[in-house]
Design a protein around this ligand. Structure first.
Ligand code: SAH
Ligand code: SF4
Ligand code: F3S
Length: 456
């Protein structure tokens, strides 16, 4: 039996249906991008309000939730791998299994039918239904599905249950209307919609009062934020003006409509971080056109030049290798542009055909796997050399670092980031510190990914 929930337009004003389960324990894992991390925080808040508890032990949980990603085939495969392991919990203990997020939205009932041990399937606009669907699944074993996209849902008035730390995410808009031909996001997250800036600012003030030092404003295409007479530059300025917020970041802007006013905001506000993620995808005009990116190589370079005229603003990027029909010459154009821009970091992906996207319908996925792999490896190598060169330039300089917590490799070291988002690591013994502190660090050494230093 499928228990289907439809999202009504305007459902953001409908209060939760009153359900009072005993404190069922939920274990949740999150895959994918920061937007999914943020959605998991929203989900946690919504479930806790309805009496659910959370555990970090999957074998103690009554409910296991996977908040999933669909961006590339390997994202799907990771989730299938996890689902395989969860079967055990289902067979041994009758745990309720929920799959949420972009993969749930992408595959819908097909996923429910192919993986019969999934009880609940909810897409990114359906989370208000989750407490009720889970309660129904626990008490009656009925399956639940909520995969209707909404043009309105922004989860206004729900304060995410954040993992304590230094940084807090705020999604300022949801969805994407760009329909880059390779991308599944417009289908998994639906139409673009912005949140009311008054709600965003209240939330940001609350975060400053709770001691969060950094706010990262999120959106699939964050510079599309628009609400009445507010645009994104105005929103960033207003968040930066909140006392107590040491750093404001945003991601990801789209190169095709990067607003010049946003550059003024970055240049004029010392607490708006001077680092911009500017996804290139390809350096070839033919490929950019086929991808539907809405800019040419020349326009991208002009934007980079405009950014560079405003100061030393490090750039990072995303690149896809092996998109439909990509020739050696076209791939070389990307590689050469990477060198020319000198990115601080680049995320390099193999093209992965996504069902029903424009590219899947229009173009054959014809670059052989071995060539995709080779191109990705070459670009990663090339980027490492560029990053190392950029980082080595920092040796001998003193930088402001926001202390974030234990370094990944050793609890004897702290990790933090510079304002331009370069990772810095130093020994705890050098100086007593605590997360959230802004520290001046003298850089002594550098690798392609990390600066090593000593606090002054
Ligand atoms: N909205 C962001 C991108 C979000 S997805 C933007 O436009 O900047 C993050 C990255 O995943 C994209 O920039 C792209 O490089 C990569 N990506 C998206 N779809 C892909 C696909 N089908 N195959 C490989 N990489 C993909
Ligand atoms: Fe995907 Fe393009 Fe939207 Fe980014 S802008 S989420 S790549 S469709
Ligand atoms: Fe993010 Fe993956 Fe969805 S990248 S928007 S979780 S498809």
């Amino acid at each position: 039996m499928i228990h289907q929930e439809l999202i009504q337009p305007g459902s953001i004003h409908v209060p939760f249906q009153e359900v009072r389960p005993k404190s069922y324990q939920v274990y949740m894992e999150t895959f994918g991008c920061q937007m999914n991390e943020y959605d998991s925080e929203l989900i946690r808040a919504m479930l806790k309000t309805q009496g659910f508890g959370f555990t970090d032990q999957s074998d103690e949980a009554d409910v296991i939730l996977l908040n999933t990603c669909a961006i590339r085939e390997n994202a799907h495969n990771r989730v299938y791998g996890h689902l395989g392991k969860l079967k055990y919990h289902k067979q041994e203990r009758g745990v309720v299994i929920g799959v949420l997020g972009c993969m749930a939205q992408n595959l819908k009932k097909e996923l429910l039918d192919s993986q019969p041990f999934i009880d609940v399937l909810v897409g990114p606009d359906g989370y208000r239904q989750l407490p009720k669907l889970l309660t129904t699944a626990i008490t009656t074993r009925a399956k639940g599905l909520s995969v209707d996209l909404s043009e309105y849902e922004t989860y206004e008035h729900i304060i995410p249950e954040r993992v304590s730390g230094v940084n807090a995410w705020i999604a300022v808009m949801r969805g994407c209307d760009n329909f880059c031909t390779f991308c599944v996001v417009p289908y998994t997250r639906g139409r673009e919609r912005s949140r009311d800036p008054q709600g965003i600012l209240l939330e940001a003030q609350g975060l400053a009062e709770q001691g969060f030092k950094q706010i990262t404003l999120l959106g699939q295409n964050v510079n599309s934020f628009r609400f009445d007479h507010w645009d994104f530059a105005k929103l960033v300025t207003a968040v930066a003006d909140i006392p107590g917020i040491e750093r404001v970041r945003f991601m990801s802007p789209h190169p095709k409509d990067f607003p010049p006013a946003l550059l003024d905001t970055v240049a004029q506000h010392p607490n708006v971080c001077s680092q911009i993620h500017l996804p290139l995808q390809s350096g070839s005009d033919r490929v950019l056109e086929a991808m539907g990116r809405g800019y040419t190589r020349k326009e991208y370079v002009q934007l980079v030049e405009a950014i560079r005229r405003r100061g030393d603003i490090p750039l990072t990027t995303d690149i896809i290798c092996g998109f439909c029909g990509e020739t050696d010459t076209e791939y070389s154009a990307t590689s050469q542009l990477m060198e020319e821009v000198g990115y601080h970091a680049a995320y390099i992906f193999k093209y992965s055909e996504r069902k029903n996207t424009i590219a899947a319908r229009k173009f054959p996925d014809d670059v052989p796997e071995a060539i995709k792999t080779e191109r990705v490896a070459q670009l990663i190598d090339r980027q490492k050399t560029i990053s190392l060169k950029n980082n080595r330039r920092m040796i001998g300089q003193t930088v402001d670092v926001l202390v974030e917590g234990d370094a990944k490799k050793s609890s004897q070291q702290w990790v933090g980031h510079t304002e331009s988002h370069v990772t810095v690591v130093w020994d705890k013994l050098c100086r007593p510190s605590q997360p959230g502190e802004l520290l001046s660090v003298f850089i002594e050494d550098a690798s392609a990914s990390t600066l090593f230093g000593r606090p002054n």
